[in-house]
Design a binder for this molecule. Structure first.
Ligand code: GLU
Length: 442
């Protein structure tokens, strides 16, 4: 319904027209991952009842920062990289989410990832909003000194919006404990005091938490076990295929193998390997630690990358990057269950194909929430300067994941919707309820 333009340039009494539907800094014809996120929000809007009047809050990031990151390379020349920090929502608490270093990072991607953090944090009910950061850089091309300089300059640039009570970064793709140590140090130097709570995923000796490194993979495994209980699948005889064998896929693969499952296929940036009888997962982890990839692992057959999608298996764990399961391969997937270790690995079209084929998708916004859950524990421990045992952390993590999964399952069942839509319903209601209680300022 079109209405007359308001003198301010807005259109009166028509929320859709009054506010621009899309941020002007994105190409409306190529929204990228942000477009996928918007479709996911549109799907849940009918389930939000009265809170739907706030739904536009979810359709734009609260704050978007783009920074130039210049550094001296080792050869004395200067290189510039583009960095981002997006705070999608802070209604329920400070921004929270990782920082990724990747040559293909885009603003649209960081925006979508920040929004998925808002949903994820609300889904497991940790008191955070959502944020994400990234630098458009291939860290494999940098020396260790260059990597440190890029990290420090980026941290200094985003220092104007991060902080222990404002926005707390953490590791994500291609970032690790060392990078968090440099971020913590840079922020602390600028502040003039040691602020351990400004980032999570730090080394244990610098206020990091026991169990944080394994937390995302452990969470993936935990929801896998819960989903298997609900669907009558026996994990101890399940065949598992994993894409991405780093911090998430590697740990999840190890835990599934320890529970008796056969990890039959693994794919990463270096190649794809297969073993019908099940791969030796500890051996493969050692090979990856040594060589950087699963490629060339002796006790396995190499396989064409595209054939990964046809592997007969019960559980598929995409634990790499976004948009891996698309309309082009969703019809080929043999698994009965997809557990999303990565953020955004399945496109909405692929989601529909899998749903129609009866494949259960445990979505990223619940499946990989274990990482940020233990980040929350780390942040709490830093504030209180009192540290918990690893058993305590793992037990609390498992309880939060089990409870969140049960709540989402119940909503999915009651509304006859997918687990993704159910997770969005639970999370969006929590975020928008907080928004409603706080009201608008001024
Ligand atoms: N990068 C992780 C994620 O996507 C963890 C974020 C955090 O711990 O803040 O969930």
């Amino acid at each position: 319904m079109s209405q007359a333009p308001h003198p301010t340039g807005a259109v009166a009494n028509s929320p859709a027209a009054l506010t621009n539907a899309l941020p002007s800094y994105l190409d409306p014809n190529n929204l990228g991952p942000w477009g996928i996120y918007l479709q996911q929000v549109d799907r849940v809007t009918p389930y939000l009842g009265n809170l739907a009047r706030w739904v536009d809050t979810l359709k734009r990031p609260k704050r978007t920062l783009i920074v130039d990151v210049p550094i001296h390379l080792d050869d004395g020349s200067v290189a510039h990289f583009e960095g981002y920090r997006v705070q999608h929502n802070t209604s329920r608490g400070p921004g929270k989410g990782g920082v990724r270093f990747h040559q293909n990072v885009t603003l649209s991607e960081v925006m979508a990832l920040s929004a998925w953090m808002s949903i994820k944090n609300a889904a497991v009910n940790v008191p955070y909003g959502g944020a994400k950061g990234g630098i458009r850089v291939d860290p494999r091309q940098l020396t260790i000194g260059e990597l440190e300089r890029v990290t420090r300059r980026y941290t200094s640039e985003i220092g104007i919006i991060i902080g222990p009570t404002k926005d707390i970064p953490a590791p994500d793709v291609n970032t690790n404990e060392q990078i968090m140590a440099w971020m913590m140090d840079t922020y602390s130097m600028n502040e003039g005091s040691t602020a351990t709570g400004v980032v999570t995923g730090k080394p244990v000796d610098l206020g990091g938490s026991l169990g944080r490194r394994e937390a995302t993979g452990r969470g993936v495994f935990t929801v896998g076990v819960e989903a298997a209980k609900h669907t009558g699948m026996d994990i101890s005889t399940a065949r598992v295929a994993v894409q991405g064998f780093g911090n998430v896929g590697g740990v999840a693969g190890k835990l599934f193998a320890e529970a008796g499952a056969k990890v039959v296929a693994v794919q990463d940036h270096g190649g794809t390997i297969y073993r019908e009888a099940g791969l030796d997962v500890p051996g493969l982890l050692a090979h990856v630690a040594r060589t950087g990839s699963v490629a060339g692992f002796e006790q396995a057959e190499a396989m064409a990358d595209d054939a990964f999608w046809d592997v007969p298996c019960d559980i598929l764990i995409p634990a790499a990057l976004e948009q891996q399961i698309t309309h082009a391969n969703a019809g080929r997937i043999q698994a009965k269950m997809v557990i999303e270790g990565a953020n955004g690995p399945t496109t909405p079209q692929a989601d529909d194909i899998l749903h129609d084929r009866g494949v259960l998708v445990v979505p990223d916004v619940i499946a990989n929430a274990g990482g940020v859950t233990v980040s929350y524990f780390e942040w709490v421990q830093d504030f209180s300067s009192f540290f918990w045992s690893e058993d305590e952390i793992n037990a609390r993590l498992v309880k939060i994941m089990q409870d969140a999964f049960a709540a989402v399952w119940q909503v999915a069942d009651a509304n006859k919707v997918s687990l993704r839509t159910a997770t969005f319903i639970v999370a969006c209601k929590r975020i928008l309820h907080a928004r409603d209680l706080r009201g608008l300022y001024p």
